[in-house]
Design a protein around this ligand. Structure first.
Ligand SMILES: NC(=O)C1=CN([C@@H]2O[C@H](COP(=O)(O)OP(=O)(O)OC[C@H]3O[C@@H](n4cnc5c(N)ncnc54)[C@H](OP(=O)(O)O)[C@@H]3O)[C@@H](O)[C@H]2O)C=CC1
Ligand SMILES: CC(=O)N[C@@H](CCC(=O)OP(=O)(O)O)C(=O)O
Length: 345
C-alpha cells in the first residue's frame, strides 16, 4: 500500500483528493493537514467521508510527513517549495497541485506569482504532470508540478494542431469559463453566492498567471513562436470548465483530416474523449469524473478551427490528474481509482 499524506486537506482540491483516494485500492491515507482544523475528524467536516476516512486533520507541524511514500500539496502557491526539499531528501515523492514548479524560468515564475522561489534547485528536476503529453517522464519523476486547470484544457486542445503544423501558432485564442470552485474554498467577496450566482463576468483578461505556463508548454510542440490570448470567465456553477479554443488554419486540410489528428493523438489516452466532429460537449458530462472531452468545429468550412473542451476543474483539472500522476509514479495502472462515470444529470 502507498502511504499518502495531503497538505491542505480542507480545501476543494484537498477534499477531492480524499474522495478519490479513500476508495483507491492501493492507497493508505496516512496524514491530512490543516492549520485551522487541527484535531477535527475529517468526516466531521465532510460527512460524505464518514466510514471512509477515519483520520483527523493535524496541524502541519505536528505530523511527520516523512513516514509517507508520497505527499500531495493542495495548498496555495509557495507552500510546497518550502517543504519539498526535506521530503525529497527523505525519499518521499511530492505532487504539488499549485504552481511552484510549473514554470521552468525562475524569473518568469517570480514575476508571475509575485513571490520569491525558495527552492530553485528543484525547478529543473520537477516534471510537468500532464500524462497525455509527458507520461514517460512522470513515471520516473520524484517531484510533480500538476498543471493548472485552464492550462490542461488549452494544451490538450491545441497540441495536436501545433504538432501537425497546420495552424498559426502565433495567434491562438482561448475563451475559457470556470465554475466557482476553481477559486478555492475561501472567504472572498467575488465568490460569495450573491456575487457570483445569477452573474457572469470575465477576469484577468489583460494578463492571467496561466498564460506563461501554457505558452511555455505549447512551445515544446512547435518551432514557431507561440502567441496566446487567454480570456478566463467565472461562470455561475460550482464545478466545471468549458474552453473554446480558436486557431487559424495555415494549410489545406479537410475536416476528416483534422478530426483524425485528434483521434490519433488520443486513441490510447483513457482520460481524453474525442467526440464526433461538430459535437457540443457539456461540462456536466465530466462532473466528478477524471475526463476531458473535446470536439472540433470549422464554422462555414472557413480557415478557423474551433476546439471545444470540457472538464471538471477539480478532477481532470486538478486532483484526478494528480492521482493519475501518482499511479504512473508508482508503476500502477494509470486509471486505478479514476474510472467512475460523471454524474448525470
Ligand atoms: N480549485 C481548483 O479548481 C484548482 C486549484 N488548483 C490549485 O490547487 C491548490 C489548492 O487549491 P484549492 O483546493 O482550490 O484551495 P483552497 O483555498 O480551497 O484550500 C487551500 C488548503 O491549503 C491549506 N493551507 C493554506 N495555506 C497553507 C499553508 N501556508 N501551509 C499549509 N497549508 C495551507 C488550507 O487549510 P488551512 O488554512 O486550514 O491550513 C486549505 O486546506 C492551489 O494552489 C490552486 O491554485 C489547481 C487546479 C484547479
Ligand atoms: C475560477 C478561478 O478563480 N480559477 C483560478 C484558477 C484555478 C487554478 O487552476 O489555478 P492555479 O494555477 O492557481 O493552480 C484562477 O483563475 O485563479
Amino acid at each position: 500500500m502507498i502511504k499518502v499524506g495531503i497538505v491542505g486537506g480542507t480545501g476543494y482540491t484537498g477534499v477531492e483528493l480524499l474522495r478519490l483516494l479513500a476508495v483507491h485500492p492501493q492507497v493508505q491515507l496516512t496524514a491530512i493537514t490543516s492549520r485551522k482544523e487541527d484535531g477535527l475528524p475529517v468526516a466531521d467536516m465532510y460527512p460524505s467521508l464518514r466510514g471512509r476516512v477515519n483520520l483527523a486533520f493535524s496541524a502541519p507541524d505536528k505530523v511527520d510527513l516523512t513516514q509517507c511514500d508520497v505527499v500531495f500539496f493542495a495548498t496555495p502557491h509557495g507552500v510546497a517549495m518550502e517543504q519539498a526539499p526535506a521530503l525529497l531528501k527523505a525519499g518521499v515523492k511530492v505532487i504539488d497541485l499549485a504552481a511552484d514548479f510549473r514554470i521552468k524560468d525562475q524569473a518568469v515564475f517570480e514575476k508571475t506569482y509575485k513571490i520569491p522561489h525558495t527552492a530553485p534547485q528543484l525547478i529543473e528536476e520537477a516534471v510537468y504532470g500532464l500524462p497525455e503529453l509527458n507520461r514517460d517522464d512522470i513515471k520516473a519523476a520524484k517531484l510533480i508540478a500538476n498543471p493548472g486547470c485552464y492550462p490542461t484544457t488549452m494544451q490538450l486542445g491545441f497540441v495536436p494542431l501545433l504538432k501537425a503544423g497546420v495552424v498559426d501558432a502565433g495567434n491562438l485564442i482561448a475563451d475559457c469559463k470556470s465554475g466557482v470552485s476553481g477559486a478555492g474554498r475561501k472567504a472572498e467577496i467575488g465568490i460569495l453566492f450573491s456575487e457570483s450566482s445569477d452573474n457572469f463576468k470575465a477576469y484577468g483578461v489583460s494578463g492571467h498567471r496561466h498564460t506563461p505556463e501554457t505558452v511555455a508548454q505549447l512551445q515544446r510542440f512547435t518551432s514557431d513562436k507561440v502567441g496566446l490570448i487567454f480570456s478566463p470567465h467565472l461562470v455561475p456553477m460550482i464545478r466545471g470548465m468549458h474552453s473554446t479554443l480558436y486557431a487559424r488554419l495555415t494549410k489545406e486540410i479537410s475536416n476528416e483530416e483534422l478530426q483524425a489528428l485528434f483521434v490519433d493523438a488520443y486513441k490510447d489516452q483513457p482520460f481524453v474523449d474525442v467526440m464526433p466532429f461538430g459535437s457540443h460537449p457539456e461540462t456536466r458530462s465530466t462532473r466528478g469524473a477524471n475526463m476531458l472531452r473535446l470536439a472540433l468545429h470549422r464554422p462555414d468550412n472557413g480557415d478557423t478551427v474551433v476546439v471545444l473542451v470540457v472538464q471538471d476543474n477539480l478532477v481532470k483539472g486538478a486532483s484526478g490528474q494528480a492521482v493519475q500522476c501518482m499511479n504512473l509514479m508508482f508503476g500502477l495502472e494509470e486509471g486505478l481509482g479514476l474510472n467512475n462515470i460523471a454524474l448525470l444529470p
